[in-house]
Design a protein around this ligand. Structure first.
Ligand code: ADP
Ligand code: MG
Length: 694
């Protein structure tokens, strides 16, 4: 046997006493491999044993901790609720019954005369009781000592690994490696906020004296996490600004003038303002990194095309990336004729373009013959090599990750960069996502648009709705009929697009009805969209493929089946497909019977409000960040400690601090910032962007 090496933060947890290879596997399930991982496995809540209450003093509804002796242990089967384990405990003042449902394993855990601590809410059914309380058995001497009168952190657990196992491991890990935990924040920041040092914070988050201390420790660690993220954004931004080689573009050319003349409308004041901001950027000789935000239908595309024409007139190529094929196709078809008239060559590149055609396009991109290419992720492929890429435009940017953004940029020699979004991301969070971008906002919609009226209707009212729609269609309106899924499935009893399509066809034999979804071949899909646009199709049954970007002004009615299946931000995007013409538009949500208060609340917000910013903030609030961001790729980093809602203020501080440091010391060469640089390189060097920054 070799002598054990001293433990470091990088050591495998199996080298901790009492863990070993077998138990280590259990830790792995929690994502814990090294001592450092373990120290970062943070409690989700604390259990305050300093305040142990007497049973007789507890009132129903109180959340309390009780310590007592087990008097009785019983097990029974309930017809409706399954297995129930019951114990009765006494602390001398009174009795308390504790019950656990469907935990037959507990039968052998509890024994008479054991001392136990339970924590939970007091209920009353014939006597005081607690259902599924958190518990610890205080049968080991050791246990008693550690638990007595302290704050117990409660950790995320996995089967066969108890809170006690983790606590014991953390204690040991801290004893062995406390002195190795290095500070990662500058002294000035620690002082500014009276933060704990990193060491202290880690120790106190696991072993706090009181709950306040635990909270302070958590804030300190959350700040650190946010700070480093913002530091990277700040560095990215700085790097972009400092690039000298980016093209300087002349902005008073003929192309843009002709383009404006060709439009059948005047730009809105917001569009004009935003174009000015963009032109200022282009003339600076620095790379533009600008986010163009504006609610659905506010007219971002025209601004993007205007910008493209400036780049093209200066001899550069433009890449215009959209998140869905249908949107890329639409941009292409809406504009290629107009662009051709201006003698601008453009192309469409998506994964659906056949191989031969693709090869042709690649070649023309390489020779520079194609000046503007609309496309999807297909633009990121390595075969796409530009002769002279001067501008990258990303539409509906929230659908892309930060890395995808970077990848397209690297195809040019520091091209200018314009990203667009209808801001389904709450304003507070745009700081995180877009902290490295300058922001332009289109604040009003083009004039002369009709209102959008939203109605929540019940299944019973379907018949009536159908009659209404028949009248509306006969009067010349077009309809999107949105379904949550393509095909019926056994698992979900939802109204699927294919079935609804058949139904609608039968209901309206005299009308032209079409079906569109993600599995329909690209050519067919384009044909259908073209026909819909021309007005030859009156009702388009669809899935959410039309969710973003699609622009067909004459479509003024939308029916959404199963609106309960969609989040607020998504509903808002969907509804953004109507209300694009002069007439009033109607959005009907057909809601199956539900008692789900959350759904009702969400849909009520939606019916009453038409402001994308407001709705996305509400969405985040209602669903919480996990679900909000879990449903779709947002390019948002995952934070282990920080909570994007609760730590909003902390985030703002971290942003200000990080950007200030980079402003004053862009290359992090000052002595006091050396630590930051080392940490960045150590922890984040896999980031493409970063590698080029420092
Ligand atoms: P979004 O901001 O959602 O991408 P689009 O660019 O698709 O919006 O524009 C929505 C519609 O408004 C399009 O049909 C577009 O031609 C039209 N539009 C854009 N700007 C104006 C304007 N200034 N006046 C009238 N209509 C406009
Ligand atoms: Mg758009």
């Amino acid at each position: 046997m070799t002598k054990a090496k001293p433990l470091t933060l990088e050591s495998d947890i199996q080298y901790l006493k009492g863990i070993g290879p077998k138990k280590a596997i259990l830790f792995h399930r929690l994502g814990i491999y090294t001592i450092e991982d373990l120290l970062y496995h943070l409690p989700y809540r604390y259990w305050n044993l300093k305040e142990i209450k007497k049973i007789k003093d507890c009132k129903v509804g109180n959340e309390v901790t009780i310590e007592g002796k087990i008097l009785l242990v019983g097990e029974r089967e309930s017809k409706t609720k399954g297995n129930i384990i019951e114990i009765i405990i006494s602390d001398g003042s009174d009795y308390l019954k504790c019950l656990w449902f469907n935990r037959p394993d507990l039968r052998y855990k509890f024994q008479r005369n054991q001392t136990i601590v339970v924590s939970g809410k007091i209920d009353f059914y014939k006597q005081k009781e607690m259902v599924n309380p958190y518990y610890e058995i205080l049968d080991e001497d050791n246990n008693k000592k550690i638990y007595a009168g302290t704050i117990i952190p409660l950790y995320p657990l996995t089967e066969k690994l108890s809170n006690w196992d983790i606590r014991r491991a953390v204690k040991q890990a801290l004893e062995k490696t406390y002195h190795l935990i290095e500070e990662d924040l500058p002294e000035s920041i620690l002082q500014k906020y009276s933060f704990f040092s990193k060491r202290e914070a880690i120790k106190k988050i696991h072993f706090p004296e009181d709950l306040k201390e635990a909270e302070r420790a958590k804030k300190r660690l959350a700040y650190g996490e946010l700070f480093y993220f913002e530091l990277i954004l700040a560095l990215n931004k700085k790097r972009y600004e400092e690039l000298k080689a980016s093209p300087i573009l002349k902005t008073d050319g003929e192309l843009t003038k002709k383009f404006l003349e060709s439009l059948h409308f005047q730009l809105t004041p917001s569009q004009i303002k935003v174009i000015k901001e963009i032109e200022e950027d282009l003339k600076k000789g620095k790379s533009m990194t600008r986010l163009l935000q504006g609610d659905v239908g506010s007219g971002k595309t025209v601004v993007a095309l205007y910008t493209s024409l400036i780049a093209i007139e200066n001899g550069y190529q433009v890449a215009f990336m959209a998140p869905t094929e249908i949107l890329a196709e639409q941009h292409f078809f809406n504009w290629y004729k107009e662009l051709l008239k201006l003698k601008v060559n453009c192309a469409l590149l998506t994964s659906s373009v056949n191989k031969k055609e693709k090869e042709k396009i690649y070649l023309k991109i390489r020779t520079g013959e194609i000046q503007l290419v609309f496309g999807t992720h297909a633009l990121l492929e390595s075969d796409v090599i530009f002769k002279n890429l001067g501008l990258v435009i990303v539409d509906e940017q929230h659908r892309f990750g930060v890395m995808q953004r970077a990848k397209l940029l690297l195809k040019g020699n520091n091209p200018h960069f314009l990203v667009m979004t209808a801001t389904p991301i709450p304003r507070t969070l745009s700081y995180i996502l877009y902290g490295d971008l300058d922001i332009s906002t289109i604040s009003e919609k083009p004039p002369g648009r009709g209102r959008v009226i939203t109605k929540l209707i019940s299944e019973k009212a379907r018949e009536k709705l159908i009659e209404k729609i028949r009248k509306a269609v006969l009067a010349g309106n077009q309809v999107y009929w949105v379904c949550p899924i393509i095909e019926e499935s056994e698992k979900l009893s939802l109204r699927a697009a294919k079935k609804v399509y058949e139904e609608i066809k039968n209901t309206f034999p005299d009308l032209k009805v079409a079906l569109i979804h993600g599995r329909i071949k690209s050519e067919e899909r384009m044909r259908i969209m073209e026909e819909f646009k021309k007005g030859n199709i009156q009702i388009l049954v669809t899935t959410t493929v039309i969710e973003v970007g699609v622009d067909i002004p004459n479509a003024s009615i939308m029916v959404i089946e199963h609106p309960e299946r969609f989040g607020l931000a998504q509903l808002h995007q969907l509804r953004g497909r109507i209300g694009r013409g002069k007439k009033d538009s109607y959005c009907f949500l057909i809601l199956p019977k539900t008692n789900d208060e959350k759904v009702l609340l969400r849909l009520t917000y939606f019916v009453k409000n038409d402001d994308g910013f407001y709705l996305s903030e509400k969405d985040l609030e209602l669903r919480g960040p996990g679900e909000f961001f879990g449903t779709r790729q947002h390019g948002l980093p995952e934070f282990k400690i920080a909570d994007l809602i609760k730590d909003k203020d902390l985030l703002l501080k971290a942003k200000e601090d990080a950007f200030k440091i980079i402003e004053e010391d862009p290359n992090l060469i000052k002595f006091e910032n050396r630590r930051l640089k080392e940490n960045l390189l150590k922890r984040f060097s896999d980031k493409v962007e970063l590698a080029r920054v420092i």
